[in-house]
Write a protein that binds this ligand. Structure first.
Ligand SMILES: [Zn+2]
Length: 244
């Protein structure tokens, strides 16, 4: 039988942390989520969904993006600069090591409540008011609060209430419902398949395969599916199975 080659895209579920750096990743297709800040970019789909979430939270002009996609060089400059100004302990706590920052993937965004002075490294993004409204809505647009205080031992990053990561809509909902960070979510998918039903009634199934097993995977003949590498040697298969 002829073997079928499937090359998954890097995708929205790549894990980026100190143990899983980005390596040789091409620059994603970028767009500005907020036309008032055209220099501030994210991966194109993440940018569209962020703009929609801000609009639907009634937060236009009240929440501003302060840092989106960064090149490796920019991450290195932020690291060097913070190290010089704030010292090693602060830098290690709040700045990801170059190559290990989600910002280099284009899938992360730092947000701030609009204010005359905004701290670039630790922007103010409270849990109440308009920021709270955005936070509650975010998983429905595929975003998760990536670094929660209670997950510091797993993520290795101190609480960052301002840093949101695009993982895609079914995944953000599954992670939020189970209070899982991305490291835990990928670990859970190593053990079991997950399913979720969206508000529109469509049923979605999520499973993880080791990359070599993908060649033997039976591609579904109906419905749609999406593949995303997870940067831990796996590929996450998201399958839409129509409405129930
Ligand atoms: Zn950030």
């Amino acid at each position: 039988m002829k073997s079928r080659s499937i090359a998954p895209a890097l995708g929205a579920l790549i894990l980026v942390n100190r143990s899983h750096p980005l390596q040789g990743v091409p620059c994603p297709e970028l767009a500005a989520p907020d036309p008032a800040h055209p220099h501030l970019l994210m991966e194109r789909r993440a940018a569209l969904l962020l703009a929609a979430c801000i609009r639907d939270a009634g937060a236009r002009g009240r929440i501003v993006p302060v840092s989106g996609w960064r090149s490796h060089k920019e991450q290195q400059e932020i690291w060097d600069d913070t190290m010089a100004k704030e010292g090693e302990a602060f830098t290690r706590q709040y700045v990801a090591f170059p190559g290990c920052s989600e910002h280099e993937s284009g899938l992360a965004i730092d947000l701030a409540q609009t204010a005359p002075e905004i701290d670039f490294i630790r922007p103010e993004f409270p849990y109440d008011g308009v920021c709270g409204d955005f936070r509650r809505l975010a998983p429905r647009y595929g975003f998760v609060e990536r670094y929660r205080a209670d997950k510091q031992a797993i993520t290795g990053i101190a609480a960052e209430p301002w840093h949101f990561r695009y993982v895609g809509i079914p995944h953000a909902l599954l992670m939020e419902n189970r209070r899982l960070c991305l490291e835990e979510y990928i670990d859970l998918l190593r053990q079991q398949e997950l399913a979720c039903t969206l508000e529109n009634g469509s049923c979605i199934r999520v499973r993880r395969l080791d990359v070599p097993d993908l060649q033997n995977w039976n591609r579904p003949s109906t419905g749609t599916y999406q593949l995303s590498l997870d940067n831990t040697g796996g590929v996450i298969v998201t399958q839409w199975e129509g409405t129930l």
